[in-house]
Design a protein around this ligand. Structure first.
Ligand SMILES: O=C(O)CCC(=O)C(=O)O
Length: 293
């Protein structure tokens, strides 16, 4: 796709302004049904083992004993996958969507790398909440505004199965105090820092995408329904952004006493076998790819 000749698939000036004002923009039908179906098939394949997992990492919902699951049962017990793009051409094609990257050029300028890929599975009935947080609390970086997060629904995402919820404009308040947890995935914004009365659920159809700022406050509820809510999420950073140290991250994320208040370290004491080690992002080149239809 040539961005200049396909203006209809780019954001309008008003949408670009909305991203800056609200910290997010929703792009309906960012990817087409064939790519959505291929993405779902890849997730099922990675879960069951039908697709080989070379780099893909899997985390199960808390309390699940993966050794007792049959291959076809695994998918409905998985919390998330990470680092899967090299194991699936379909998931790679989603991350490299030419339309997505033309839109990111509009929002952030040219030149970026992919540094994080995740599939958030939130299985029916047992998929837990992801507490309110800012993604930048997980990234030790020089400038969070050089990052964009993209969350793409593969199933219908609704309030009852745990769609994304955001607080419009919250990115403009800068980094806020997070409370660490023994499980880094449960690290959360301290309640007095949240404007929950302004929270907005973003219901999405398969193929729709939420593009959001790394300082936007966001949350997903538990999946209390019997319906799946699979999504993929990618993080990109613009060239020139620097990875920094814990001390530099503390300068962004600290409480009133100056103590670290980001999500790159665990709350002590760490339970046996649950040690988390922060690793900065890897950097994969962008190779824009046509949609599969
Ligand atoms: O999809 C979800 O449930 C939460 C995604 C999210 O906000 C995250 O992983 O940072």
């Amino acid at each position: 796709m040539n961005a200049a000749s396909n203006n209809a698939s780019l954001l309008s000036i008003d949408e670009v302004a909305a991203y800056r004002r609200d910290g997010y923009v929703v792009v309906r039908k960012l990817i087409g049904p064939k790519l959505v179906d291929a993405g779902i098939d890849a997730i099922s394949g990675l879960a069951s083992g039908r697709l080989l997992r070379h780099s893909t990492e899997i985390s199960f919902e808390p309390g699940v004993d993966a050794s007792r699951l049959r291959a076809e049962e695994a998918e409905d017990h998985i919390r998330k996958f990470a680092r899967f793009v090299d194991d699936s051409p379909a998931l790679h094609a989603i991350a490299m969507s030419q339309r997505l990257h033309c839109i990111l050029d509009q929002l952030l300028g040219q030149g970026r790398v992919l540094f994080q890929d995740m599939a958030l599975i939130k299985p029916p009935r047992i998929g837990g909440a992801k507490p309110w947080h800012q993604d930048a609390s997980y990234f030790r970086v020089s400038d969070p505004s050089l990052i964009a997060g993209i969350w793409i629904a593969l199933d219908p995402a609704t309030r009852d199965n745990g769609c994304m919820e955001v607080i419009p404009g919250s990115h403009l308040g800068g980094p806020v105090i997070h409370l660490p947890d023994v499980d880094v995935n449960q690290c959360t914004i301290r309640p007095d820092q949240l404007r929950l009365q302004d929270s907005a659920p973003i219901e999405m159809a398969p193929g729709d995408a939420l593009i959001f700022h790394a300082l936007l406050h966001h949350y997903t509820a538990p999946n209390q329904s019997s319906r799946r809510r699979r999504a993929v999420q990618f993080h990109y950073h613009q060239l020139g952004m620097q990875w920094t140290s814990l001390d530099a991250h503390r300068q962004h994320f600290h409480d009133e006493s100056g103590a670290y208040a980001g999500c790159t370290i665990q709350k002590e004491p760490v339970p046996p076998g649950k040690k988390f080690t922060y690793v900065g992002g890897r950097e994969l080149p962008i190779r824009p790819t046509e949609d599969w239809g």
